[in-house]
Design a binder for this molecule. Sequence first.
Ligand SMILES: NC(=O)c1ccc[n+]([C@@H]2O[C@H](COP(=O)([O-])OP(=O)(O)OC[C@H]3O[C@@H](n4cnc5c(N)ncnc54)[C@H](OP(=O)(O)O)[C@@H]3O)[C@@H](O)[C@H]2O)c1
Ligand SMILES: *[C@@H]1O[C@H](CO)[C@@H](O)[C@H](O)[C@H]1NC(C)=O
Ligand SMILES: *[C@@H]1O[C@H](CO)[C@@H](O)[C@H](O)[C@H]1NC(C)=O
Length: 277
Amino acid sequence: MKVLVLLAVGLAVVSAKVPGIKLHTGYEMPVIGLGTWQATGQSVRQAVKDALEIGYTHIDTAEVYKNEKEVGEGIHDAFAAGFIKREDLFITTKVWPQGSNRQKALATIHHSLQQLNVSYLDLVLIHAPLEDYANTWKGLEDAVDQKLVRSIGISNFDHRGDIDHVFNSARIKPAVNQINIHPTLNNDDAVTYSNQKGIAITGYSPLGTGGLVKNPTLVAIGKKHNKSAAQVALRWQIERHLITIPKSVTKKYIKEDFEIFDFTLTQEEIQTIHNMH
Ligand SMILES: NC(=O)c1ccc[n+]([C@@H]2O[C@H](COP(=O)([O-])OP(=O)(O)OC[C@H]3O[C@@H](n4cnc5c(N)ncnc54)[C@H](OP(=O)(O)O)[C@@H]3O)[C@@H](O)[C@H]2O)c1
Ligand SMILES: *[C@@H]1O[C@H](CO)[C@@H](O)[C@H](O)[C@H]1NC(C)=O
Ligand SMILES: *[C@@H]1O[C@H](CO)[C@@H](O)[C@H](O)[C@H]1NC(C)=O
């Protein structure tokens, strides 16, 4: 078990685990997770194992990433190596709603469980507000009833109307909305509206799918803290009380992206980043 030294608002707090955000379901979601989109085969298996060795406690995948089997192998490699136990790990996957429905969504979740080789998932999201997603939502609720899934949520629900559509008909309310957020896309309205409804936010593509790692504004802020542009972009999400899920298959980057709990951005720096949109 890694010991993480967390420096928050000038107070040195020694925490044995990654900070988390409490979901309305009562479960805690670690504020940083490893993204795995466009990571396949042995490289994603190794990346997942490396991340869990470094101290990550949260992995983000999806049915459509076609990598759940290898992600699962990486997770089981880490279990076998003693890096982490299932109860300390948070696994998110997503159901693609096009062509899905209540029954098919449940079948997709069973398939994800089998691919990942785990007995429950921490979070399952509707991947995007496409087609008859309200019907797919019922399948996610069934999976919660059957104790296959702990929390359920939505993704790419950027508009109030879509959020309302699920929220108002849901028996089990969405716990998380995973949306595109990075310094050049702050997605403020969806963040505010989701939070008003008690929905936590995960910011995806926090590095602009790699496009922001040399951004001059972020590099300049980073220099003041001896941090990289990537670390500044990720810290900005943490300071907004978001959950962030950077993707990398490079061990050096996976480690760098995790080293964001020993500095804080000033209010002025946060505003400068916010104004980059
Ligand atoms: N819900 C959705 O619809 C949705 C959509 C998009 C993404 N997501 C989730 O969000 C995750 C992250 O988004 P993303 O994959 O678009 O990209 P991202 O995390 O914004 O950026 C990833 C890219 O940045 C590089 N990188 C990572 N850390 C770095 C560092 N410290 N220095 C330099 N380069 C670095 C990676 O390189 P290497 O990999 O080559 O090391 C990769 O090319 C996804 O993997 C997925 O889990 C969800
Ligand atoms: C699934 O995980 C168990 C340990 O939890 C392991 O014994 C088994 O070999 C795994 N199955 C597959 C298909 O990987
Ligand atoms: C700056 O960061 C690097 C990489 O994390 C570290 O090796 C170095 O010791 C740091 N320098 C200072 C002055 O803190």
